[in-house]
Design a protein around this ligand. Sequence first.
Ligand SMILES: NC(=O)c1ccc[n+]([C@@H]2O[C@H](COP(=O)([O-])OP(=O)(O)OC[C@H]3O[C@@H](n4cnc5c(N)ncnc54)[C@H](O)[C@@H]3O)[C@@H](O)[C@H]2O)c1
Length: 417
Amino acid sequence: MGTANDKIRIALVGAGGMGQGDARDAARVAGVEIAAAADIYDSRLDRMKEIYPAIATTRDYRDVLARTDIDAVIVATPDHWHAQIAIDALAAGKDVYCEKPMVQKIEDGKRVIAAATKSGRIFQMGSQYASAHCFEKIGQLLQSGAIGELNMVEAWLDRNTAIGAWQYSIPPDASEQNIDWDRFLGSAPKRPFEPIRLFRWRNYRDYGTAVAGDLYVHLFTGLHTATGAVGPTRIYSTGGLRYWNDGRDAPDMQVGVIDYQASARHPRFQFVMRVNFKSSKADEDFGYRFIGSEGAITTDISSVTLSRVPREKEPGNTADTFSRQMEADYIRAYRERYPILPATAATLRRPTVQRFTSPRDAHEIHMRNFIDAVRTRKPFFEDAEYGFRATGPALLCNVSYFEKRVCHWDAVTMTAS
Ligand SMILES: NC(=O)c1ccc[n+]([C@@H]2O[C@H](COP(=O)([O-])OP(=O)(O)OC[C@H]3O[C@@H](n4cnc5c(N)ncnc54)[C@H](O)[C@@H]3O)[C@@H](O)[C@H]2O)c1
């Protein structure tokens, strides 16, 4: 490795929806070969052979880690396997692109960070908002003082379809002959074969991380990328299972109220976020709103809108409820203090609106950033620590929700209480 022309051979572990998408993005980069794949369902491996005829496939991810011709590994299994496979891959000397959330359990976060540090390999979490143009743009606007002092941020990700609510297809041929059930379960509690728990694993906390681990991680990543914040201090989350009552043990509507302390780059602010699998829109509704003392910035990923509202030139008055004499006296004194100004856009406080477009799909850019890091040996900024700074608080939202309590997070030491 070392030059831009060197070939990079990648192995995919977990060849489902996201894994196949990640592999596709990686394969688009010149010089990258998807050389091996591991999955515990044979039909997914057959699909990989249809797409990449020369690929080597296996049910056991350790086979691909043992190969000396593999440079990097994409980990795109269900969440409960991320930490173990990432740690094993780093120990085997591979660079790792690990899908979000980096870990399923908070206590594994530092294990992955330590493994990445010890190995000296590249580690990047697959949370593409770190590479999304819109958050870089918002960061520049915030730093230039475009909305004055930041005081709160809202983010929402609502969906209104069965697939959006994780009801993925279950293949009719699913059996213990073509699925390695024990290998899927891994460290999760042992239980008899039940395909729904594999194909809709997000619905079960034995394998997934509920709404917060699946989607809040993205919202935290975008927030941290835009503001430069390292993490929150206090976390409260509530919600419920409102609509998709299909046997899942995770909520389908969850809100979070999160405190951020001041730093050199931003003042103290609140982050309020929501994921709801019902919405007023037919499909997905997604956005952020950064509110400041002189305006707001909104984004739906594909565009950024800056609305500036000039500060008040005078405070106004409500003297018309006083006696006529009192009103007249009050207004006279008021106008001495605040003379009538000529009508301009600023004195009339007309908002100005500017729109910036940005490419919507950050996945491909994020994967390119990983491949660049593998080639240059200079890690992209979303390393294991950055990944855990979004994953830890997202998982703490689950602790808050399930234990019905306020949680605390030390953003510097990345410790929960
Ligand atoms: N970055 C994003 O926007 C994004 C989007 C979707 C999913 N993801 C993440 O990607 C990961 C995969 O999600 P998905 O939607 O592709 O799920 P999926 O169910 O479609 O794919 C997971 C695959 O992993 C396989 N698998 C399970 N246990 C395995 C093991 N021990 N070894 C090898 N393979 C195993 C399954 O058979 C399946 O093919 C999740 O962690 C999810 O959070 C990220």
